[in-house]
Design a protein around this ligand. Structure first.
Ligand code: NDP
Length: 481
């Protein structure tokens, strides 16, 4: 049986941090315009990665509730209340969502920092621009034009874009709102119904987005959020025959599993998966700028981004200088309370994650990796000594090591020297991952020549400035992207 749940209260989650958040005691699925608690759903405790403190209970969405939500989403789609509504109406609602979200940023910011441990400075910058996604797609549908392909005789042939139906969106924990919003905004703009499953490690802010969308005028049942684990909730979504598109951002392994399930129903799939982005640094670069860029690319979000600059490919003549400068910078990074405006790096997401990171670093050290900085758990005062922190780590490695090839998804960057341009390109392309790269050189001709030979998109003398003034794509021709 499904009961509805509306209670909200000011809930003290962390006396030691002297902070009080608008967390509800428990979070369940947001279906058909209201938060619903399934009595069959098991529950788990969401903990702060920064201090291990209790945040709230989250109720997993069981299979029958998932199926019920998909049925409702399909019915609402078929009714046409959103899918066939005038684009001006959809555009207006998207703008309302943007406005409502902007007003809620301070509250969403607290939830987001508490559940991910990301420093408030970083998260504030990220959340502040999220409403723009709704505004962008609102403008796009209003200005979109169909096309008329060539035709002859007494026939007319035109292309009209129509919504697909129910779309399943699966999101990770590293940028919970950002990744959700960049999927939700275009899916809603097109007129689809949405079933979104956030990561079980950071579901709260996205569940709260349900209420924001409803209050902004989105019809009930169009946007539904189902918290829970990949198994059974994610599986029930991906394998449901009503799904018309699955959009996953997550690990490569998950991408294969999800693709298979969707494929059984011949359902379309979009995946944005792992990364191991190379940074090629030539000896004519501005060294300080390149070191700053590399530090940002390696340690933003504690290294937990898909486009993290995790493989440094440095010209041999500046290799030692570069690695030492980067390590000095890494040692000065302020680690600690994510709610402190001066904190530059927070914890990684979980104890399991820290264990995996530390295991990969130990393995590399066992194979003679040179430690320039980190490779340890930092000493922090209570309650942060209960959190999942790992020191910013710079390692000198060789390309036979596992850590050169595998995604660490933590604050660990590895470096190797190169002799000439050809070798730099070969090293950069020596990866199954294909998402992004960066090139640092003052030689413009070389920058573009090297970029052309990389198997992935490249930034030149800058680092992954994704959120400039347009929404563009990263990727390449490798499998895992
Ligand atoms: P996961 O692949 O573990 O999870 C992603 C989402 O898929 C989660 O909601 C997860 O649920 C769900 N999921 C997991 N297994 C299944 C399954 N069998 N069936 C259906 N759904 C499933 O990734 P993480 O959350 O750990 O995020 C880290 C990964 O995401 C990294 O590899 C990173 O590189 C990648 N990433 C890629 C980005 C890109 O744009 N290319 C951007 C950000 C991250 P749950 O975990 O709750 O069980």
């Amino acid at each position: 049986m499904i009961t509805s749940f509306h209670a909200s209260k000011l809930f003290p989650i962390s006396r030691s941090l002297n902070r009080y958040y608008h967390f509800k005691p428990q979070y369940g699925a947001f279906i058909n315009g209201k938060e619903q608690i399934s009595e069959k759903g098991s529950r788990y405790k969401l903990l702060s990665p920064a201090s291990g403190e209790y945040l709230c209970d989250v109720i997993n969405t069981p299979e029958d509730q998932t199926n019920e939500a998909i049925k409702i989403a399909q019915q609402v789609f078929d009714s046409g209340v959103w899918s066939k509504s005038d684009v001006r109406h959809r555009g207006k609602v998207l703008n309302n969502i943007a406005e409502a979200m902007r007003a809620e940023v301070p509250r969403l910011l607290e939830l987001e920092v508490a559940q991910t441990g990301r420093p408030i400075k970083e998260m504030r910058a990220q959340l502040g621009r999220l409403p723009e996604w709704f505004e962008y797609f609102s403008a796009l549908i209003r200005t979109h034009e169909g096309t008329v392909p060539p035709f002859s005789g007494s026939y007319i042939n035109y292309v009209k874009r129509v919504p697909l139906g129910v779309c399943g969106l699966l999101t990770p924990w590293n940028h919970p709102m950002l990744i959700a919003v960049k999927k939700i905004a275009p899916a809603l703009a097109a007129g689809n119904s949405i079933i979104l499953k956030p990561s079980e490690l950071a579901p709260v802010s996205v569940i709260e987005l349900g209420e924001i969308c409803k209050n902004a005028g989105l019809p009930d049942g169009v946007f539904n959020v189902l918290p829970g684990y990949g198994e059974p909730t994610g599986r029930a979504i991906c394998s449901h025959p009503a799904m018309r598109k699955i959009d996953l951002t997550g690990g490569t392994k998950t991408g294969r599993v999800v693709g298979k399930m969707a494929g059984e129903n011949l359902c379309g799939v979009i995946t944005e998966l792992g990364g191991k982005a190379p940074l090629i640094v030539f000896d004519d670069c501005d060294l300080d700028q390149a070191v700053n860029g590399a530090a940002f690319a390696a340690f933003v979000a504690s290294g937990q981004t898909c486009i993290m600059g995790s493989r440094l490919i440095i010209h041999e003549s500046i290799y030692e200088r570069f690695m030492t400068k980067l390590a000095d910078k890494a040692k000065r990074i302020k680690i600690g309370n994510p709610f402190d405006g001066n904190t530059q790096m927070g914890p990684v997401i979980s104890s399991a994650s820290r264990q995996r990171i530390s295991g990969m670093v130990s393995e590399a050290i066992g194979q003679n990796a040179k430690v320039y900085s980190g490779a340890c758990v930092p000493e922090l005062p209570h309650p942060f000594n209960q959190g999942y922190y790992y020191s910013p780590t710079v390692l000198g490695v060789n390309t036979r090591m596992h850590i050169w090839h595998e995604e660490v998804f933590g604050p660990v960057v590895v470096g190797v020297p190169f002799r000439d341009e050809k070798e730099a390109i070969a090293l950069a392309n020596d990866s199954p991952y294909g998402l992004a790269a960066a090139i640092w050189t003052k030689d413009v001709m070389r920058a573009h020549r090297v970029a052309d030979d990389l198997h992935v998109s490249a930034n030149i003398n800058c680092i992954f400035h994704l959120l400039s003034n347009s929404f563009f794509y990263l990727g390449g021709n490798h499998l895992d992207q």
